[in-house]
Design a protein around this ligand. Structure first.
Ligand code: ACM
Ligand code: ZN
Length: 543
């Protein structure tokens, strides 16, 4: 009899534990299921102890209305005695840390800041979404203590190779917010299109925002790589007005996301050269590039007028973006033109530089100094900024693997890890792109796949000592759009892999891919509810 009782108790306990497994992505630092359920209904009031919390509270109510069909209300000042979701700020918690406690009586979220409360609400949003019930939603009781490991958790979107609408960019921001990412790195300028209105230089949008056609790519049967099969003959372009930029920055800020603009220099500047040919060593003529890859034509580093141009652009950029960082690119700048340009060579001589790599370093350091002294901003650059000498204060974004990031951390520079093999979301989702029907893509057209499992496996501290780790500020997923012509495809490339990158950034420590995969199958339902598209492969058991 006693044995039977024990067996029943064990089964019951197992059922309770099973029902109350953690459903939150990214996984919280600490999760404890509690007994019982909280009944959420339209009578539940979200009570905010601080006026600043009305915004996240209202956002949460919007989510619950859309995703669960329940209209909750926000109240300040008077705390009703039951059916309550209570939000408050507790300065003892980490700035992005929060606690979430759900008991039969109600829900309490405390956060180290307004933003941290928002993260607590993002967790509650997922818990509520997965809970059963219509008019009365039965939410599992639990205790969560949570804080992110890395302060910088980003997503990059290239709007240059293909442009997207304001509404689409906002949807991208919604996706970042759902995963508790806090930086939107907006890649705004390229060889193939200049996408931000700069009033001082109107040709940037009159000329530079439009390419006359785009190369059509196919798979080369000889080596499986991409190759050009023709041109589409269709102009492609567009730009974001300053008003639209402000709107997007506001939208992101409301979701506690800082927007970091990237003005990529001195390479990847052909759209600007087409607009103002005197910016190039050969003075042109140039046209907005119609194929992908790297152009030999770059900004002339010898002429003073180049720096006047860059400063004029950056003056308007900093006025639009309140971010601490401005990304100034620095990647893939061939040195052919500088080698042949008398003015660039003159600069090398005058400044006592060793070679063209040092000239690039001179360029980046000069722009960094301008941004710091005139505008109080810091720079981020791609890992090429290590070549030819790195300033002490630049933040390095490591993209050609982790090598550059490791080197920079060892030198004591801040680093954001976005190595292509773990974080490039234009790479194939599966190990056999062709067999699985994945479209043409980056990463040698699928030869370097990035499965969800691989993205999840990334360790940003790999090969770094304890004392070097502090320079790793965070991680970021990069959405390059050469082979991503519309926003449905953007979503299918960023989801679900953005969730893995978010978990790498948020939950450092022991990894459990099976548990992550279990939670991803749940999160997929929320993607569906939100109308987010995603790659189907992982969900269909294909890697
Ligand atoms: C890069 O992928 N060129 C930063
Ligand atoms: Zn030059």
């Amino acid at each position: 009899m006693k044995k039977l009782f024990l067996t029943c108790a064990a089964i019951l306990a197992a059922c309770v534990a099973m029902a109350a497994e953690c459903v939150i992505v990214p996984r919280p630092v600490s999760y404890e299921p509690l007994k019982g359920k909280f009944a959420l209904s339209s009578k539940t009031v979200v009570y905010v102890a601080d006026k600043s919390l009305v915004r996240p509270a209202s956002m949460f109510c919007k989510y619950v209305a859309e995703e669960k069909g329940l209209q909750l209300n926000v109240a300040e000042g008077v705390a009703p005695s039951k059916g309550l979701i209570l939000l408050s700020i507790d300065k003892n918690l980490a700035p992005e840390g929060y606690t979430l406690e759900i008991t039969k009586k109600g829900v309490t979220i405390k956060g180290g800041s307004e933003k941290a409360v928002f993260y607590g609400l993002q967790s509650l949003r997922q818990v509520v979404f997965h809970a059963k019930g219509g008019k009365k939603v039965k939410v599992d009781c639990m205790k969560v203590e949570d804080r992110p490991h890395f302060g910088y958790r980003g997503g990059m979107l290239d709007v240059c190779r293909h442009i997207f609408t304001v509404e689409e960019v906002k949807k991208y921001i919604d996706i970042l917010a759902m995963h508790k990412l806090n930086r939107f790195h907006w890649h705004l300028t390229e060889d193939q299109g200049w996408r931000i209105e700069i009033k001082k230089y109107p040709n940037l949008i009159k000329v530079g925002s439009m390419r006359k056609e785009t190369a059509v790519y196919g798979t080369n049967p000889k080596n499986g790589r991409t190759h050009i099969t023709g041109y589409d003959g269709k102009p492609h372009g567009g730009y974001f007005t300053q008003e639209q930029v402000r709107d997007i920055v506001r939208y992101a800020t409301e979701r506690y996301i800082e927007v970091i603009p990237e003005i990529d220099m001195p390479g990847h500047m052909v759209a600007a050269l087409a607009s103002y040919p005197e910016l190039g060593c050969t003075k042109g003529p140039y046209e907005v590039r119609t194929k992908w890859g790297i152009s030999k034509d770059v900004l002339c580093a010898g002429r003073e007028s180049t720096f006047e141009f860059i400063e004029g652009v950056l003056d308007e950029v900093v006025a639009l973006f309140p971010s601490k960082y401005i990304h100034i690119g620095g990647d893939e700048c061939p040195k052919h033109r500088w080698k042949a340009c008398p003015e660039c060579q003159q600069r090398i001589k005058e400044e006592g530089l060793k070679d063209e790599h040092e000239l690039q370093s001179y360029f980046m350091k000069r722009v960094e100094k301008y941004l710091a002294e005139k505008h109080g901003r810091s720079i981020i650059g791609w890992d090429e900024i290590l070549e030819g000498g790195l300033s002490k204060t630049a933040t390095v974004m490591s993209w050609r693997g982790t090598k550059g990031g490791i080197k920079a951390a060892k030198m004591g520079n801040d680093v954001i890890m976005t190595p292509n093999q773990f974080c490039y979301l234009d790479y194939a989702n599966t190990s056999d792109r062709v067999k699985n029907g994945e479209p043409i893509c980056g990463g040698r057209n699928g030869k370097r796949p990035l499965t969800l499992r691989k993205a999840y496996s990334f360790d940003p501290y790999d090969q770094l000592s304890e004392s070097e780790r502090k320079f790793i500020k965070g991680v970021q997923g990069n959405m390059w759009t050469e082979f991503v012509p519309n926003f449905d495809r953007v979503q299918q490339m960023i989801l679900p892999r953005t969730a893995a990158i978010a978990e790498v950034g948020w939950t450092y420590g022991e990894k459990n891919y099976d548990d992550f995969a279990r939670r991803m199958h749940l999160l997929r339902k929320l993607y569906d509810k939100c109308g987010f598209k995603y790659a189907p492969y992982f969900f269909n058991g294909i890697e």
